[in-house]
Design a protein around this ligand. Sequence first.
Ligand code: SPV
Ligand code: MG
Length: 533
Amino acid sequence: MKRTTRLKQILQRPELDFILEAHDGVSARIVEDAGFAGIWASGLALSASLGVRDNNEISWTQVIDHVEFMADASGLPILLDGDTGHGNFNNVRRFVRKLEQRGIAGVCLEDKIFPKTNSLLPGEPQPLADPYEFAGRLKAARDSQADDDFCIVARTEALVSGMPMGEAFRRAEIYREAGADAILIHSRQTTAREVLEFAQSWGDRGPVVIVPTTYYATPTDVFKRAGFSLVIWANHMLRTAITAMEKNAKTIARDESLFNVEGEIASLSRVFQLQGMDELSAANARYLRPNSQERVVILAASKDEEFGALTRERPKCMLEVNGRPLLVRQLELIRACGFYRISIVRGWQSQAIDVEGVEFVENPDYASTGVTHSLALALEQHPPGDALIASFGDIVYRKFLLQCLLDESADLAVVVDLDSRDTDASPRGDFVKLSHQEGLGGLLEEAPPRVLGASRDEPDGEMIGLLRASPVGVGWLHEAIGSLASAGRARTAKLADLIEAVVQCGHPVAAVPIHGHWVDVNELRDLVDAAEY
Ligand code: SPV
Ligand code: MG
């Protein structure tokens, strides 16, 4: 349904609805995520967020440019605070046409004189427009809208300006006859008495909108029973942001450190989510020419006991480092290398792996199976002829390691850390023996070292859980999985067992030698180390 139609329904339906202020793209998205029916693009909040006064110091074209970001960032209908309409009827006509073009669902015009100032500012009441001149602005707005459902809300400031209730009523009636979809009755009293009195006399002449900023203590149920159509919470995102920003700015300045704020503020992954990065990832996969016919499989099914309560409701790969889960960090790295076709094998607490722009493969037997089984499940869905990159979900590594792997042209290559040979330190590590080591000897060899087999007995290095296979290499993996299966070992085989099986099938496995620059996250200390990556 069109946003204009949705706003019209919000105004017309008998139930009370609520819209919340937003002042930029990110706040618009936050309001949408919170479940509101619409957005109030407040003049006060918009101007304050730009550091200027609510006195028409932002030009109307700047207002339009600004709210366009909000309309793009959120799918909600936006009711724009149009102030006086930025001039006379003629300015209003152009204003309304441009608002429609930018996806705004409706405008609220107030019976003040340009330039206005905010209604809640203490001081002298502001002069009001002649009601018939203002009605001309409303009619001009009505006549220039292209979409019949574009909403025009007429706001009378009679009560704010100290005029009697009768004058508020007279003005509202003139505006209703001029074609307004709803009347906004504004009050700056600390109780709802005025607006309730207005509602009682107004009856069912048409929808009435209120802005309970100063009479916030009134229970919402009172508004419901009074028959109001719409409540505008007019400035509460801006004020929330100011409080949080002031508090944390002071803390950072005092501490000369981020230590006391990091845990309290939105994670970067939330920032990226609010920016719509997931959509871009999915679009990259659809429109960009992928790096190659390569599919990435991330193995993240297992249940790990080491982290206790931390991993009771999420798998290890969703533990956060610097505010971003390990898996999200790895996805960013993989996409930065140009790979957008990504599958994730999930098992333990699969619902917690809620990243977008990837395909999921489920391993329901995660508790009794290992990485070879997860890889086998992913390979069942692997398009024939596509190359493969496979990675453990709980490793953190520098981008250049993936690039080293990509530079290797062997049909099957695994990344091996030559500095990791302590099998006691890594009881579950995938240790291997190599044909030769790098160094002078290695440099003189034409080919990279080859894996001779799995070995915990004086190994030459540890596989970090990152491998690459050409379509031919994928065939070798299938063959090795088949041979492990016939020995009854495919379900529990580790990566080292799988690679050894490939070697035993007579196929060469190249080792890409590295020296550190990765973390296998197995204990809390590893999360601290991972923060460096
Ligand atoms: C706004 O939010 O800009 C409004 C409501 O116009 S008020 O601040 O109460 O005038
Ligand atoms: Mg305003």
